[in-house]
Design a protein around this ligand. Structure first.
Ligand code: Q46
Ligand code: ZN
Length: 300
């Protein structure tokens, strides 16, 4: 197979695009997909400062690398979750990347800075680990971006992630989540703008990007992910994609174009009703936000 762009021998095939690429043209292809996504959705304006949530995995490191190549002013943010060896190793990959590129990495350590780790927090709050973790990430990422004066918070969610989340939200008809499942959430009411510039890349592509760009990343999956519903949705969609390449892309981008506007008014109305948390100021439907309640329970 030959590279679609330069006709040299291809090193990777992307079935969704029915194309092969050599190393350099594949890296170029990934950057172009991200550039297009940023432009199409108005994710990052000229001169805006971006904070990239970096887990040490393939997606977030590829995202940070591509943003740097595209000339975006992007610092990294690493949140240590206290999930044993997995977190220790993940932090080392994030730091090694930052040191190698001379990039700035902001670090927060959940056990040291906030007082609990994810396994403990989940247990005492009677939540699934991924629920306590997602809640902590949403809160601390936004807080770090606000405190650091960043305009935008970028995360490495890829096409596989977004299609799987959409699949789950459609299976349960979670219309409130469907209204918020957008690649850009505008700033306002105490939140910085949130963007997902990798939504046009699959996870196989972000992994190949790291390998071909010489980026070392955490290959292990988080040990808490086991049994998580999300993984089942990914497997189901992989089976569909295998038979008809391009299905995930059509599912997700078709939703954005044709269905998501039906659900956004409900989500917007909910967001407008939020009031500042009495403890931390984060917008919440009650008096005390879910994160502050988690901190309180985990600390006792
Ligand atoms: S880190 Fe956290 Fe993930 Fe681990 S505990 Fe679940 S949500 S699986 S992306
Ligand atoms: Zn709070």
């Amino acid at each position: 197979m030959k590279c679609r762009r330069c006709r040299q021998p291809a090193v990777i095939e992307v079935r969704r695009h029915n194309a092969g690429f050599c190393r350099d043209c594949f890296l170029h292809h990934c950057r172009e997909q991200v550039r297009r996504t940023i432009d199409d959705f108005g994710m990052i304006g000229p001169g805006e400062r971006v904070l990239v949530a970096v887990s040490g995995g393939k997606d977030s490191l590829a995202l940070w690398d591509i943003l740097g190549d595209l000339g975006v002013d992007a610092d990294g943010l690493y949140l240590g979750l206290g999930i044993g060896e997995y977190s220790g190793d993940s932090g080392r990959y994030a730091r090694a990347y930052a040191e190698g590129r001379g990039a700035k990495l902001v670090e927060i350590d959940l056990p040291a800075d906030v007082g609990f780790d994810i396994p403990t927090g989940a247990r005492v709050a009677h939540r699934a680990p991924c629920s306590a973790c997602g809640l902590s990430k949403r809160h601390l990422f936004n807080q770090a971006a606000v405190d650091g004066g960043y305009d935008v918070l970028a995360t490495g969610h890829n096409l596989d992630d977004e299609a799987a989340v959409l699949f789950g939200n459609v299976l349960r008809w979670s219309t409130d989540y469907l209204g918020r499942q957008l690649p850009v959430l505008p700033a306002g009411n105490g939140f910085v703008r949130k963007v997902k510039p990798l939504v046009r890349l699959g996870e196989r592509e972000s992994a190949a990007y790291c390998v071909l760009a010489g980026i070392d990343y955490q290959v292990e999956e988080c040990p808490m992910a086991e049994g998580n519903r999300h993984l089942g949705y990914k497997e189901a969609l992989n089976a569909v994609e295998e038979r008809s390449p391009g299905s995930k892309h059509t599912f997700y981008f078709g939703f954005l174009e044709r269905a998501s506007p039906l659900f956004t008014p409900e989500a917007r109305a909910e967001r407008d009703e939020l009031r500042p948390c009495a403890r931390c100021g984060t917008p919440t439907p009650g008096d005390i936000c879910a994160f502050c309640r988690l901190v309180e329970r985990a600390a006792t």
